[in-house]
Design a protein around this ligand. Structure first.
Ligand code: BEZ
Length: 214
């Protein structure tokens, strides 16, 4: 059955380029981005894995751990890692799950048979520190993902979590945010939004991004 937003994500134990991983233990108190790709030694995947490695400091800053998956084995992954490092100019600084028995792919519904009977699609799962699923994305094999967008979603999720705001269409870091509709008490509004807010409509209230200095 599909895993839905808000569900506790299933745990698993699987081999990886960093040894055997018990997923929930490995995740610990971090946010996680778990992303699958179709196969080793493929062009789009090579660029994606390099891109995620280059973004490590951005993921660290947000308390996010990255973990990739494809259905090849550890030996194949390790040979491919050499290629990624050479062609993308970066050390691979996160594990790749070796899901040769497809147990994790099955658990997370990453194989879509009408797209490919054997390869995983480009799935993304963003999971919070309580192991709840907060976002899923599914891209076709031929389209590389935009990891800047994934960072933007993580920023939005963390603003909602810690500052009671949502983010409007095309929001980017520094733009005004939307006060969650459930917050109506004037004292709570004053305490949570000391920078003030504008009321466009009673249900649409904008406030400067709360976690910035000014
Ligand atoms: C890939 O790099 O994974 C890929 C590229 C083109 C079509 C399908 C997959």
């Amino acid at each position: 059955m599909a895993i839905r937003l808000g569900d506790t994500v299933p745990n698993f134990t699987q081999q990886s380029t960093e040894g055997e991983i018990n997923f929930h233990d490995w995740a610990g108190d971090s946010w996680v981005i778990l992303f699958s790709h179709p196969a080793d030694f493929t062009p789009v995947c090579t660029t994606e894995l390099g891109t995620v490695a280059r973004l490590k400091s951005e993921f660290d800053r947000r308390n996010v751990k990255a973990i990739a998956l494809s259905v090849d084995n550890v030996d194949s992954h390790n040979r491919w890692v050499g290629d990624i490092e050479e062609t993308q100019g970066v050390n691979l600084n996160y594990p790749i799950l070796a899901d040769a028995d497809r147990s994790v792919s099955g658990l997370y519904d990453m194989i879509h048979p009408e797209a490919s009977a054997t390869a995983t699609v480009r799935s993304v799962f963003i999971i919070d520190p309580k192991k709840k699923l907060r976002l899923t994305l599914t891209y076709p094999a031929s389209t590389g993902r935009n990891f800047d967008e994934i960072l933007r979603v993580i920023d939005s999720l963390q603003l909602t979590e810690h500052h009671s705001v949502a983010t409007p269409a095309n929001w980017k870091n520094g733009d005004d945010c939307v006060i969650l509709p459930g917050i109506q008490d004037p004292e709570e509004l004053a305490a949570k939004f000391p920078k003030g807010f504008s009321v466009v409509r009673p249900y649409l209230r904008l406030t400067p991004q709360p976690n910035l200095e000014n």
